[in-house]
Design a protein. Structure first.
Lengths: 98, 464
């Protein structure tokens, strides 16, 4: 993991920024987003992929691509969380005076 | 927290550009990553001794195929690659180098090349052996047919290097090391090569021993050619040392009174035992031939040529082998020179005088025993006597003035008689010869010098 992060910090930073942007938007965006059922399915898929990565059942290049995808996804999620928190904080500070 | 969960439902659309990101990252990074991991894995195995090492990387998974020389080495190689940062899985295709039992290594030499075959314990030792073979055997092609095996005895490399040294001393042959047993066969390059190899084998590392040493030496050759036209005796070939060399040349000088000795001998080790004791009598036999060749090859003595008369031929054929040390063989090819035409008494006397002018019949000091060196001269005197069959011959003995007169008289008589007996024994009729002793009464030179005395101590043949 450490090797991958140092090897591809550019891509991971990109993923995190993408996540940050999505998190930033998500706080103020109207609409339902992804349906609850699909969200569960998608979450289950991610968990299954994480399990596959941890158990190292996917061999060779596919295994590497899986690891890479999951790490990028993890950075994306971190970006989302930070972005959403920050936006929520900014919104909560500006709302009373408005 | 609830908000975060609610907002997260809106994060999923971002996964689409993320997947595009991911695809590009995967597309561009896979091969550099694999190359980097292959390089790091190779570097991690730098100090591990492996044969047939092959590293292939797919993604972050490394396939390591190699032959290891010990179980520890094998495990440590796999662990080294596993420890490389970034490596996810190691597909272990390593195996142990097969064990050879017995551990056999050999070096075979023929005219053109040296072939190294059998087992070698480690690639480095194999390399050293090939290098040593090239260095020791300058100019000869070195063919490597060794394979790598486990199970070499301790200090194998030292033993093999020492044996490679010995291969350089062989003209052709094979040296085999089976576990700790050394077997050698073939032909040494030089005289003394066999002895040099035997001496070097004493320095084999502890635990190694010689099971069979069948290295043969090239034949030890000594030749003597008596040329009646050039009146020379040519000595060629080998002698064991300078002392024997000098002794042989001196013996040749005494036995070949008429011929000039051409000495082309060289000192070489490797002479068979009893060399001088066999060659000196063989030279004596050659001196009795009118023309002939003596070839001594190892312990075989070949004498060919023409004797001066039948009895001499028989005597040489039957007698020479008896003088040899044990283990020596004698192969005579003696024919008899055609009898020379008869001459009258005057010519006969002249021939006797000529012969006795060149050399004297020699006796043991103070005794009447003829020394063996005089056999050649006596044969020529007998041959001459055979040419004048009707003449009677007085064999007269003379001494110098040393000692008392009566003693000299007796000695001269005895010596004359000894010579007459020799002639009769050779087949000449006894009635033709009379032996007379004159003591010191008929000197032919002054008795005041050693040289004069030596001239006075003589046997004369007088045709009556």
């Amino acid at each position: 993991m450490a090797y991958l992060t140092t090897f591809y910090w550019g891509w991971l930073l990109g993923s995190a920024l993408l996540g940050f942007a999505m998190g930033w938007i998500s706080v103020v965006q109207h609409g339902e987003g992804v349906s609850r059922t699909l969200r569960w399915w998608l979450s289950a898929l991610v968990v299954a992929l994480i399990a596959a990565a941890l158990t190292r059942v996917v061999p060779g290049r596919f295994g590497y691509w899986l690891d890479l995808g999951l790490i990028m996804f993890a950075f994306y999620l971190c970006g989302c969380v930070i972005g959403a928190w920050l936006r929520a904080w900014v919104v909560s500070r500006t709302a009373p005076s408005a | 927290m609830h908000g975060l969960f609610r907002w997260s439902g809106k994060w999923w659309p971002g996964v689409i550009p993320l997947v595009i990101f991911w695809a590009i990252a995967a597309w561009t990074s896979t091969e550099p990553l694999e190359a980097d991991l292959a390089q790091r894995s190779t570097a991690a195995l730098k100090d591990t001794i492996l044969d047939k090492r092959r590293i292939s990387v797919a993604g972050r998974d490394v396939t390591l195929a190699a032959d290891a020389f010990s179980e520890d080495g094998r495990q440590s190689a796999v662990a080294s690659v596993e420890a490389v940062p970034g490596v996810r899985l190691v597909d272990d295709e390593t195996r142990l180098v097969p064990e050879a039992k017995p551990f056999v290594w050999s070096a075979e030499r023929d005219v053109l090349r040296v072939t190294l075959s059998g087992s070698s314990p480690l690639p480095a030792i194999r390399g050293r052996l090939i290098e040593a073979a090239r260095a020791n055997l300058g100019g000869v092609e070195v063919v490597d047919r060794m394979n790598l095996s486990r199970g070499a005895p301790p200090r194998f490399d030292n033993a093999a290097l020492l044996l490679l040294d010995q291969v350089g001393k062989l003209k052709d042959g094979k040296i085999t090391l089976s576990d700790t047993q050394v077997s050698l066969s073939g032909m040494a390059r030089d005289l003394g090569g066999r002895e040099a190899i035997a001496a070097a084998l004493k320095n084999l590392p502890e635990g190694f021993s010689v099971a069979a040493n069948e290295v043969k030496a090239p034949p030890y050759i000594f030749q003597a050619y008596k040329d009646p036209v050039a009146v020379t005796l040519t000595l060629t070939g080998n002698v064991p040392d300078n002392t024997v060399h000098a002794a042989l040349v001196a013996a040749a000088g005494r036995k070949f009174f008429n011929e000039k000795v051409v000495d082309n001998l060289k000192a070489s080790v490797g002479a068979p035992t009893g060399f001088a004791n066999a060659v000196v009598p063989a030279l004596g036999a050659l001196s009795r031939l009118s023309t002939g060749t003596l070839v001594v090859s190892d312990r075989e003595v070949k004498l060919s040529g023409d004797a001066l008369y039948e009895a001499a031929a028989n005597e040489i054929r039957a007698g020479l082998g008896k003088d040899f040390p044990p283990g020596w063989q004698f192969k005579p090819e003696i024919s008899v020179k055609p009898a020379a035409s008869p001459v009258d008494a005057t010519v006969c006397q002249q021939l006797f005088s000529e012969l006795l002018g060149k050399a004297r019949i020699r006796f043991e000091s103070g005794k009447a025993d003829i020394v063996a060196d005089s056999a050649g001269l006596l044969d020529r005197l007998i041959e001459t006597a055979l040419r004048c069959p009707t003449s009677n011959i007085e064999v007269s003995g003379h001494t110098d003035t040393d000692g008392d007169e009566a003693g000299n008289q007796t000695l001269s008589e005895k010596r004359a008689q000894a010579v007459a007996d020799y002639l009769i024994k050779a087949g000449l009729p006894a009635e033709r010869f009379s032996a007379v002793g004159y003591g010191s009464t008929q000197p032919i030179a002054g008795n005041d010098t050693d040289q004069g005395k030596a001239q006075n101590r003589r046997i004369d043949f007088v045709v009556k």
